[in-house]
Design a binder for this molecule. Structure first.
Ligand SMILES: [Fe+2]
Length: 323
């Protein structure tokens, strides 16, 4: 197995702490020549992830789409079980496939787990005093590999997770928008996103000139805070990108958006999350209570998987020895 460098993530600690999960910023990393991210090795990884009998996601841990798209396109990435095995073939012919392939939860595989855990420890150390509190709020950490064909676009979207992306092969431009800009991210869109529609965020070409564009090259990357809209376009080359993300524990923010979604449906104009901390807490409690009742009916829902607990234990041990 390839050794993991003594660090993966590089960033100025002042910038890292100032803008953590608020604004995007550039990072550097040590993975550009890492053997686990070479195409022939990724073909084998795609085979293993596609063949999982107990995938993390109910729809499987492999998603892909073929053909050219634009920033505002909403392609279908869902793959029935019988199609998932094609992912490895697409990776093999990625140069010509006009494809976008996503391999989720690669930290379940030997080698990739060590890379992700090293990146997580680096992030938590760079976070300084806030790192300890941040660690407690995390439900699990995930690593995703994206493999994309030359000139392929990844459509505009937002994510629930707080991410760092590491460009490993090829050039790729990422267009990021300020989540605080309510022309770009109307509150109603976030409420629909967290409540009923994973694809509620809508690309608005009239605001494209407000995007912050980073031209990523191997060895560079960016931080993407929760709810920060983004879309990407490859250069004229195959791109390999790693995403390491933090998923928060209590979904408190999600519950605020859900609560506001229903209040707005009643004709009310709810306060924005963060505007009134007491009201926020009441809304979140109301929703957490509703979820607890639901969980009694469906015991599997929302339970943290045992591997996530093992992962947090290992990372806590690494953090303790790193001090
Ligand atoms: Fe994303």
């Amino acid at each position: 197995m390839a050794a993991v460098a003594d660090h993966v993530l590089e960033c100025d600690a002042v910038v890292f702490q100032r803008d953590l999960n608020v604004l995007p910023y550039e990072i550097g990393h040590t993975l550009a020549d890492h053997p686990l991210f070479q195409l022939d090795v990724l073909v084998e990884l795609a085979q293993r992830v596609a063949a999982r009998k107990n995938p993390h996601m109910s729809g499987g841990d492999v998603y892909f789409n073929e053909g050219a798209i634009e920033a505002g396109t909403m392609p279908n990435y869902d793959r029935p079980e019988e199609e998932r095995a094609r992912a490895a073939e697409l990776v093999r012919k990625i140069e010509l496939a006009e494809a976008w392939i996503i391999l989720k939860h690669v930290e379940r595989e030997d080698g990739y787990r060590e890379v992700m855990e090293r990146a997580v420890v680096d992030a938590l150390r760079l976070a300084g005093p806030a790192g300890e509190q941040l660690f407690k709020k995390i439900k699990w950490f995930e690593a995703i590999v994206f493999i994309t064909s030359p000139n392929r676009v990844t459509e505009y979207h937002i994510d629930r997770e707080c991410s760092w992306i590491f460009q490993i092969r090829g050039d790729k431009a990422i267009h990021l928008f300020d989540r605080a800009d309510k022309d770009v991210v109307p509150e109603e869109e976030l409420e629909r996103f967290y409540t009923v529609d994973n694809r509620a965020s809508e690309y608005k070409p009239q605001f494209e000139d407000r995007a912050l564009v980073y031209d990523m090259t191997p060895g560079t990357g960016v931080h993407i805070p929760v709810n920060t809209p983004h879309w990407l376009k490859n250069g004229n080359n195959v791109s390999i990108t790693l995403n390491v993300n933090f998923q928060f524990h209590d979904a408190q923010i999600a519950n605020l958006y859900k609560s506001n979604y229903y209040l707005r449906k009643l004709g009310l104009r709810p306060s924005l999350p963060g505007a009134h901390s007491t009201i926020d807490r009441m809304k979140a409690w109301a929703f957490t209570g509703a979820l607890t009742v639901k969980r009694k009916l469906r015991p599997g829902d929302g339970v943290v998987p045992p591997e996530a607990k093992d992962q947090k234990r290992r990372i806590a041990e690494m953090l303790a020895t790193a001090r």
